[in-house]
Write a new protein. Structure first.
Length: 292
């Protein structure tokens, strides 16, 4: 299986990612096939689907951790990544917010200390200021609220000046007020720098006002379109192959029926890492060291 992700040079007018006839499968389990999707600068794409449908695998393909087993993926090399809250296992009392953001500047995988210390500090300070986290940047992470911690993770993701920002359920375990603040920060970045957003989530409502298109994955099949096109009773019933009802209540979407039918699907195939899987741990900052 040949690596199929090609890192394209940065051009502000070019798509940040293009999947062409893409297929990803683990043994007999096909996550998607014949996926054609072009993500433009400044576009906000939500990736939805039940547990095990392939949302995280989709991000891993964009990060270069998983290779497609058919088709092509061309993707920018300026990628930022925001994980779920509590995603890192470092000691939360030993690490300050400033340290977390600094790891983003260093690059998690391509060597630490490549830049001068003064330049490093400037980049960290700028990223902290961009998300309004300067006031608590020197406090231990463990003393901060979930919302404050997520602001710092947004700051970390911005240190690479990403053209594409990958968000892996960054709102989970935040209260509605903090969810709103974090989404606003992400959208602000989209508007100010024309950064494309790929946002994996189980819950579309907190991001619904911002979403341009939805990629909805279910059991090896998918739909792509605007929320109005995809989030309908007819489209989701067809996709799930069972009765799903989509209601709009006070501007919120309520999906009844879909998730349960595909929850925690069992499968017997052992874990494998496809061609481009160089490191199964999440990339915190995908800025490339040119010497690597
Ligand atoms: N390296 C791997 N080897 C084998 N199977 C894998 C591998 N990575 C993912 N899978 C399988 O692919 C399917 C999709 O996994 P993935 O984590 O992408 O789903 P998800 O939609 O993000 O799920 P969740 O909503 O539960 O986080 C799962 O059945 C998972 O076990």
């Amino acid at each position: 299986m040949a690596p199929s992700a090609h890192r394209a040079p940065r051009d502000p007018n070019s798509p940040v990612a293009t999947f062409s006839h893409a297929r990803l499968a683990f043994g007999s389990r096909v996550l998607w096939e014949d996926l054609n999707l072009t993500i433009s600068p400044g576009e906000f794409v939500a990736v939805l689907g039940p547990n095990g449908s392939g949302k995280t695998s989709f991000l891993r393909c964009l990060l270069g951790q998983y290779g497609l087993d058919a088709g092509q993926l061309e993707v920018t090399d300026a990628i930022g990544y925001i994980p779920q809250q509590h995603a890192d296992d470092s000691d939360p009392m030993a690490m300050r917010g400033r340290d977390l953001v600094g790891f983003g500047v260093d690059g998690a995988r391509w060597g630490i200390g490549l830049r001068g210390r003064g330049r490093r500090r400037q980049l960290v300070d700028a990223a902290l200021a961009e998300v309004g986290a300067t006031a608590y940047a020197d406090a231990p992470m463990g003393l901060l609220s979930g919302g404050e911690q997520q602001r710092l993770r947004v700051a970390q993701s911005l240190t690479s000046d990403p053209a594409l920002l990958l968000c892996d359920e960054p709102l989970s375990s935040l209260d509605p007020t903090n969810q709103h603040r974090v989404v606003e920060l992400i959208d602000e970045r989209r508007r100010s720098a024309n950064t494309a957003i790929v946002f994996v989530t189980h819950e579309i409502n907190p991001i619904l006002p911002y979403v341009d298109r939805v990629l909805y994955l279910v059991g090896g099949r998918f739909r792509i379109g605007t929320p109005d096109e995809v989030m309908t009773t007819a489209t989701l019933s067809n996709l799930y192959g069972s009765d799903v009802e989509v209601l709009r209540v006070n501007g919120r979407l309520v999906v009844i029926g879909g998730e349960d039918g595909h929850h925690c699907e069992e499968h017997a195939d052992p874990p494998v890492f496809p061609a481009a899987a160089v490191d199964p741990s999440p990339v915190v900052n995908a800025e490339r060291d040119p010497r690597a």
